[in-house]
Write a protein that binds this ligand. Sequence first.
Ligand code: GLY
Length: 333
Amino acid sequence: MTLNRRTFLAASVAPLLATMPAASAQRAARRPCVISSGNGARAIARAMELIQGGADPLEAAVKGVAIVEDDPEDMSVGYGGLPNEHGVVQLDASVMHGPTHTAGAVAALENIRNPAQVALEVLRRTDHVLLVGAGALAFARTVGFTEQNLLTERAREAWLRWKANLNPHDDWLDRDQQIDVPRTDGTIHVSAVNAAGDLGACTTTSGLSYKLAGRVGDSPLVGAGMFVDNEVGSAGSTGRGEAVIQSAGSFAVVRAMADGLEPTEACLRVLTWIADHTKRRDLLNGKGEPNFQVVMYALRKDGAWGSAGLRKGGTFTVHDGTKVRKKECPSLF
Ligand code: GLY
């Protein structure tokens, strides 16, 4: 089965690549450039404006994603994000700065609406990379962040509906399969490169809706939810974090670009690997395909960009210094 699936996946990637920017377009890659998940149009517009004004690409990315973290309408990030099983919003974020090869991250952070900014302070003010839970909150308070209730009425209602439909006999695997309530494994990722070729990246999320308290996804894990190698490029992910953690997804995309793959090819290579290593029956559909979504985003040092999804429907936004464009991702399935 493994061989058949590999053969199938290899065959399916070739026509996908034919629909992507040709080598000539990639040669015309522009710097500065900013790429984001589909929910990042306003974030990349702001980040590009800041980069064009001389801001550091990481600072620009973090200021860009704050627009989405602050937006109660985006139920996958920051304020208004869907809560965990107990109705508590727990946020994850990470940042990475190419020129200094430094990173900062927070996980399961409560009551602070801009976890990416807290992650940036971890990078700036400490010699640590990742702070979690109560420790992350104490750090945020100490450096001046203000606490607030992040659970909006809309998110609370969604959680109450989820709870009302919860079958006490369901185990933790069944819980994820059921009922028609708003849920998300959405997230925002931004990768940015400035005119000098310096890179920064940021991923921020409220994580999987109704998750077990304390569940940490890929977003705050360096190498999973985002990764930067200033000599090569930057990558990030949205979607089912467990699959991205188990593939070191963003690190793998950057390494694939270092091996010479174009950004879209690099994303497809990692997604193919994820598909090939998805064995659990509850994660496969009737055709043996992964039944979940992962979208990877890649930005090369020269400004070439790409993105791809496991399943149809993934989107991304890109700003190459001229305008914001929203595009559909090529997908494996
Ligand atoms: N990718 C977001 C999460 O799984 O938490």
